[in-house]
Ligand binder design. Structure first.
Ligand SMILES: NC(=O)c1ccc[n+]([C@@H]2O[C@H](COP(=O)([O-])OP(=O)(O)OC[C@H]3O[C@@H](n4cnc5c(N)ncnc54)[C@H](OP(=O)(O)O)[C@@H]3O)[C@@H](O)[C@H]2O)c1
Length: 299
């Protein structure tokens, strides 16, 4: 006895991530059509059962769901432009990394052409797609997300963030900021330790343990930001600014560029100068706001 008919999915973009997404769809049994600008990236997918489209328009016409995973917002818009006449009736799930504002503009553009838009943010690397621990964020057209949620589950946990088309993108970029802060800190620390003659591999367990211990402070810091009460909890900004001076002096002595960490020292100094010396790190969040466009977040 055959099961219910599975609707065809099209994947636009077969870079490292697009190939992983298409593979996951095929592994989950979804009929899948693929397209890529440069031919030759689809051989393994074709072997696994994918239809390979010869043009963007052909690919878009084939799928009821379009999963887009291209380099950036400009490329996405240029590629979708080429299929504008056949977009009506389709759901476009854009998993390309981009800005919240561009996601909102793309949603408007797609709506004008009779298509539904769901913006996404992939919090995984290609080898994680379809595996435990893979998280994909979504926001935009709720009915479209609910309609395709079971299919999107092939990529990993599908987490809905609300109807603002840019909400997935801002979460994606904020999480990347946190990740790069951590990697930047690790890279700087490793440069220091190597300059001191210690192999990076010997240092790695120590830095991993330290960062893991410090991660435990994040929920309380977030609560402090939300309540705007910034208790130092034994680690005042005045004390931390003094330690930071030592860190920069040691970098000079070791011959290590302090460019990755100096902005944190500058922010600490500014906070102390503004009278926050006896408060905690969470107060720095307020100093980072520069008054750009900030949208309320509908649910
Ligand atoms: N890889 C990751 O770890 C990761 C993790 C999370 C999110 N992402 C996001 O996923 C998206 C794709 O990443 P990726 O790793 O697959 O990148 P990638 O391997 O560099 O692939 C880029 C894709 O964009 C296409 N492309 C680039 N310029 C184009 C143009 N002018 N016209 C048409 N197609 C063009 C490429 O086609 P060609 O083959 O023809 O060059 C390829 O399909 C990005 O937005 C990235 O930020 C990636």
């Amino acid at each position: 006895m055959s099961g219910p008919r599975r609707r065809r999915v099209t994947v636009l973009g077969l870079g490292a991530m697009g190939r992983a997404l298409a593979s996951a769809l095929l592994a989950a049994g979804h009929p899948t059509t693929v397209w890529n600008r440069t031919p030759g990236r689809s051989a393994a997918l074709a072997e696994a059962g994918a239809e390979v489209a010869g043009s963007v328009a052909e690919a878009v016409a084939a799928g009821e769901l379009l999963v887009v995973c291209l380099l950036d917002d400009d490329v996405t818009r240029r590629v979708l432009d080429r299929a504008a006449p056949v977009l009506a009736g389709r759901t476009v799930v854009n998993l390309t990394n981009g800005t919240p504002e561009r996601a909102r503009r793309l949603a408007e553009w797609l709506t004008e052409r009779g298509a539904r838009h769901v913006g996404g943010g992939i919090m995984a690397v290609p080898s994680m797609i379809g595996q435990p621990g893979s998280l994909v964020l979504y926001s935009g057209a709720r009915d479209a997300f609910l309609d395709w949620r079971d299919t999107l589950a092939a990529f990993g946990e599908a987490r809905w963030l609300g109807t603002d088309p840019g909400r997935a993108a801002v979460h994606d970029l904020a999480l990347l900021a946190a990740m790069y802060g951590m990697f930047g800190g690790f890279l700087h620390a490793t440069a220091m330790i190597r300059a001191a003659g210690v192999p990076a591999g010997e240092f790695a367990p120590m830095v991993t343990g330290w960062l893991t211990a410090m991660l435990g402070a994040l929920p309380a810091m977030a609560a402090a930001v939300d309540s705007d009460t910034h208790d130092a909890d034994g680690s005042s900004l005045r004390m931390q600014a003094a330690s930071f001076g030592n860190l920069l002096a040691a970098c000079r002595d070791l011959g290590v560029d302090a460019g990755l960490v100096r902005p944190v020292r500058d922010l600490l100094d500014e906070a102390v100068a503004r009278g926050h010396g006896e408060e905690g790190l969470s107060v720095l969040v307020g100093l980072l706001h520069t008054g750009g466009t900030h949208r309320p977040a509908p649910g």
